[in-house]
Write a protein that binds this ligand. Structure first.
Ligand SMILES: Nc1nc2c(ncn2[C@@H]2O[C@H](COP(=O)(O)OP(=O)(O)OP(=O)(O)O)[C@@H](O)[C@H]2O)c(=O)[nH]1
Ligand SMILES: [Mg+2]
Length: 361
C-alpha cells in the first residue's frame, strides 16, 4: 500500500515530459517555445528570437514552474546538407516524448523527411503552421476574410504534406495562443499521451481558454486525493511534529503549483492584461489565498521552517485562510483533502473571474 501511495505522488511530482520543437530556420520555433512557457520573448530565461538569432544546437527550456516539463528548441532543419538520419541521432531523439514541426509558410521537403524519420523511430509528430496572424492581416488588406485565409492555408499545408497522409496541421500564432488552433493541438497531444504525461501537459500550459482552465481544475482536483493520502501515510510515522510539518509544506507546495498553473502569478497576469488591454491584476489581489501565495517567494520552505507545534495552525491560517477550524490535534487525511480542495476551488474561482474579465472565449 505504501508503495502504491509513493508511486502515486511520484507520478505527479516526477513525471517528465520532453517536447521537441523542430522546423526550418526562422520558422518561429523559439517564439513557439516561449509562448508555450508563457514568456515574452524579452523575458529573462526566454529563448532568443529574431531574424538573426539562429538556434545552433538543441537547447532545453524547463517549464518555469514545473521543472520536469521541458521544451527543446532544436536547430533549424534547413540547408542542402541536411540529413534527417543524422539529425535524429544528433538531437538524441530517444529523449523526446513527441515532436512538433513548425513552419511559417509551406512545409518543405526537409520537414517531410524529418517527419518520416520521426515516425520510423516510433515517435509521434505534429505539424504546426505558425505566424497565422501575419497571413490573416495581409489577406484582409486584399479583402479576403479570415475564414477564407485559414481554409486556403489548410489546403496548402495538406498539399505540401500529401506524401505523409496528409496529417492534420494546426494553425497558430505564438503571439496569441487563444486564437486559431492551439486548443485543438493540445487536445490532440493529450489524446496521444499516457495519463501521467497528460496531467503534466495540462498543468504546464498557459491558460488560453475557459476549457483549458477547466481541464487544469479537474487535473488538480484529481491530484488532491493522492497528496492527501500521502499526508495520511506520513501522519502514521512515529515522529511527533513531523507529520504536521510535512502536511503544511505539502499543502503550500501543492496550492502554489496550482496558482502558477492557473496563471495567477504577476507575470502571467501582466502578460494577459497587456494582451487583452484590461487591468486584471489589481482585481485578483482580492483573494486572500492568492495574496498569501504571491507574497511568499518559496512558500513551502518558509512554512516548514516556521513550524513549531504552537505555530502550526496560525501558519496554516495565513496561507489557507479558511483552514482556521483545523483541530490542533493533527491534520487527518480528510482535513488535508478538504483544505486542498477548498484551496483549489478558491484559486479556480479567481482564475475564472480573470478569464471572464479578459473576455477570452
Ligand atoms: N507575426 C508573427 N511573427 C512571429 C510569430 N512567431 C515568430 N515570429 C517572428 O519570426 C521571427 C523568427 O522567429 P524565431 O522564433 O526566432 O524563429 P526560429 O525558428 O527560432 O529561428 P531559428 O532559431 O533562427 O531557426 C521573429 O522575428 C519572431 O518575432 C508569430 O506567430 N507571428
Ligand atoms: Mg530559434
Amino acid at each position: 500500500m505504501a508503495d502504491q501511495q509513493e508511486e502515486e505522488v511520484n507520478r505527479l511530482e516526477n513525471v517528465t515530459l520532453n517536447i521537441a520543437v523542430a522546423g526550418e530556420n526562422g520558422a518561429g520555433k523559439s517564439s513557439f517555445v516561449n509562448a508555450v512557457r508563457d514568456l515574452k520573448d524579452t523575458d529573462e530565461g526566454a529563448a532568443p528570437t529574431g531574424v538573426t538569432e539562429t538556434t545552433m544546437e538543441p537547447t532545453m527550456y524547463p517549464h518555469p514552474t514545473l521543472p520536469n516539463v521541458n521544451l527543446w528548441d532544436l536547430p533549424g532543419v534547413g540547408g542542402p546538407d541536411f540529413k534527417a538520419e543524422n539529425y535524429m541521432t544528433d538531437v538524441k531523439y530517444q529523449n523526446f516524448d513527441f515532436f512538433i514541426i513548425v513552419s511559417a509558410g509551406r512545409f518543405m521537403e526537409n520537414d517531410s523527411m524529418l517527419a518520416n524519420k520521426i515516425k520510423e523511430n516510433n515517435k509521434n509528430v505534429y505539424f504546426v503552421r505558425t505566424k497565422i496572424d501575419f497571413d490573416v492581416t495581409q489577406e484582409e488588406k486584399k479583402g479576403v476574410t479570415e475564414e477564407a485565409t485559414l481554409q486556403k492555408i489548410r489546403n496548402n499545408c495538406h498539399e505540401n504534406l500529401r506524401t505523409l497522409g496528409p496529417p492534420p496541421v494546426f494553425l497558430i500564432t505564438s503571439s496569441n495562443l487563444e486564437r486559431f488552433d492551439f486548443p485543438e493541438l493540445v487536445n490532440t497531444l493529450e489524446r496521444n499521451l499516457p495519463n501521467n504525461k497528460r496531467d503534466a501537459l495540462v498543468m504546464s500550459l498557459p491558460v488560453y481558454s475557459q476549457q483549458c482552465l477547466d481541464q487544469k481544475y479537474n487535473t488538480f482536483k484529481k491530484a488532491v486525493w493522492a497528496v492527501a493520502i500521502t499526508s495520511g501515510a506520513i501522519a502514521a510515522a512515529p515522529v511527533p511534529g513531523l507529520s504536521t510539518a510535512c502536511d503544511i509544506a505539502m499543502i503550500a507546495s501543492f496550492l502554489t503549483k496550482c496558482y502558477y498553473s492557473f496563471g495567477l502569478n504577476d507575470k502571467a497576469l501582466e502578460r494577459l492584461s497587456q494582451r487583452v488591454n484590461k487591468p486584471i491584476l489589481a482585481m485578483v489581489r482580492g483573494s486572500a489565498l492568492v495574496r498569501a501565495i504571491a507574497e511568499e517567494s518559496s512558500l513551502a520552505t518558509k512554512v516548514a521552517a516556521r513550524l513549531g507545534a504552537a505555530g502550526v495552525i496560525e501558519t496554516l491560517c495565513i496561507f489557507v485562510p479558511f483552514a482556521g477550524n483545523i483541530a490542533a490535534a493533527g491534520i487527518s487525511f480528510v482535513t488535508t483533502r478538504s483544505v486542498l480542495l477548498e484551496g483549489v476551488n478558491e484559486l479556480y474561482s479567481v482564475a475564472k473571474r480573470v478569464i471572464e474579465m479578459a473576455e477570452i472565449n
